[in-house]
Design a protein around this ligand. Structure first.
Ligand code: CP3
Length: 355
């Protein structure tokens, strides 16, 4: 058993009563914070920052010093698994992630190793252990991974993409090759997330940034099926507490019922769906995480507060809501606006948790 001073985030994901709605921000550690840029400069570059447990811990804790956040998220990246499989991850200034050895054919996929989380990915587990120790039970630590489909887009496209032509070409002309890749990735994600849980992560989240570019049938076949396999393979209890699992597919408001049916605890929402609609459809099965447009943080304090109140009223009474942005915070947002956002969630949500 461990004692947590603030367990609102875990309770809300399990739809248990809370005093106020918990809140955290996707990409809460990042370039909008000057102290992040300073620590990254000290590390040299982004991947060196991820590989240094002390500095990864430092940037994880930075947003918690500024804001009254209800959760910390491991500082790392989703592309650690493909990197550990030998694809050669690097970041080109202003261009996002790239791989020097992208996947091109069935033989590449057959030859992919399954990374051992305590070997090739031990730097991630060391970061989890260091962060967990330094958090001293203040708030829970979220571990994470990319979804198999989202990881595969980067591995096959060789980096970020707009039209996803290479992976879709494989999906529609060589589906057995893509399914083998997705299945191998699902197995690696299960090992990776279970190792994060063993190292101290108290909840885990799967980021499916690109599932929403698929047709409904293809989403089921190439993305959701493998996230379902992951949910089934995860450790769901550790240190005497449930480990809630959240699935987040961006642009998937139309598929909430099938996502909720995987048996996950929480479903992440982007801002293209009203949370009252989402709650009416799946609120008796899962908790909901979201869903303010991250660009709202460019607006005035009054406008940000108005939007927070609107979303809180949309979810209405009772537990089962984790407030968040609908996607990662933008890198040019004024840090003080994030404070307005976080404080507004706590200030205006108490009235929905009286019963
Ligand atoms: O939320 C957090 O604070 C935890 C850290 C986190 C990062 N990446 C740090 C990061 C998380 C959860 C991620 C997930 C991630 N990484 C996703 C899924 C979530 C999403 O945004 O949809 C994806 C698609 C990636 C891949 C990736 N890594 C991209 C597209 C980029 C941005 C490249 C750029 O230059 O804008 C990264 C790099 C990255 N990951 C940064 C951070 C803080 C910026 C790197 C830097 O400091 O220069």
């Amino acid at each position: 058993m461990h004692s947590l001073k603030n367990d609102r985030y875990l309770r809300a994901l399990l739809r248990q009563p809370v005093d106020v709605t918990p809140v955290w921000m996707m990409r809460q550690a990042g370039r909008y914070l000057p102290e992040y840029k300073a620590t990254r400069a000290q590390a040299g570059d982004f991947m060196s920052l991820c590989k240094n447990a002390e500095l990864a811990c430092e940037v994880t804790l930075q947003p918690l010093r500024r804001y009254d956040l209800d959760a910390a998220i491991l500082f790392s990246d989703i592309l650690t698994i493909p990197d550990a499989m030998g694809l050669g991850l690097y970041f080109e200034q202003g261009e996002g992630p790239k791989f020097s050895n992208p996947i091109t054919c069935m033989a590449d996929i057959q030859n992919l190793p399954a990374p051992d989380p305590e070997q090739e990915l031990q730097y991630v587990m060391n970061a989890v252990r260091t962060i967990r120790k330094n958090l001293q039970g203040e708030v829970p630590l979220i571990g994470f991974s990319g979804s198999p489909w989202t990881l595969a887009t980067y591995m096959i496209e060789g980096g970020s993409s707009k039209a996803f032509t290479k992976i879709k070409k494989m999906a529609f002309s060589e589906p057995q090759a893509l399914h083998l890749l997705l299945d191998k990735l699902a197995d690696s994600v299960i090992l990776y997330l279970n190792a994060q849980i063993a190292a101290g992560a108290q909840s885990v989240m799967v980021f499916d940034t690109w599932g929403g570019v698929l047709s409904p049938r293809d989403y089921q076949d190439f993305s959701l099926q493998y996230m379902h396999k992951i949910v089934d393979g995860l450790t769901r209890e550790n240190e005497g507490r449930k480990i809630p699992v959240t699935l987040f597919t961006k642009n998937a408001g139309m598929w909430l019922e099938s996502i909720a049916a995987t048996g996950c605890d929480g479903v992440g929402l982007d801002w293209t769906i009203d949370i009252d609609n989402a709650k009416a459809r799946v609120g008796d099965k899962v908790a909901l995480q979201g869903n303010m447009d991250p660009s709202m943080l460019y607006a005035s304090p009054e406008r940000i507060e108005q939007e927070v109140k609107h979303i809180l009223a949309g979810f209405g009474e009772g537990p089962g809501h984790v407030f968040n942005l609908g996607h990662g915070i933008h890198l040019d947002v004024p840090p003080e606006n994030a404070k307005v956002f976080v404080d507004a969630v706590h200030k205006y949500s108490a009235q929905y948790h009286k019963g």
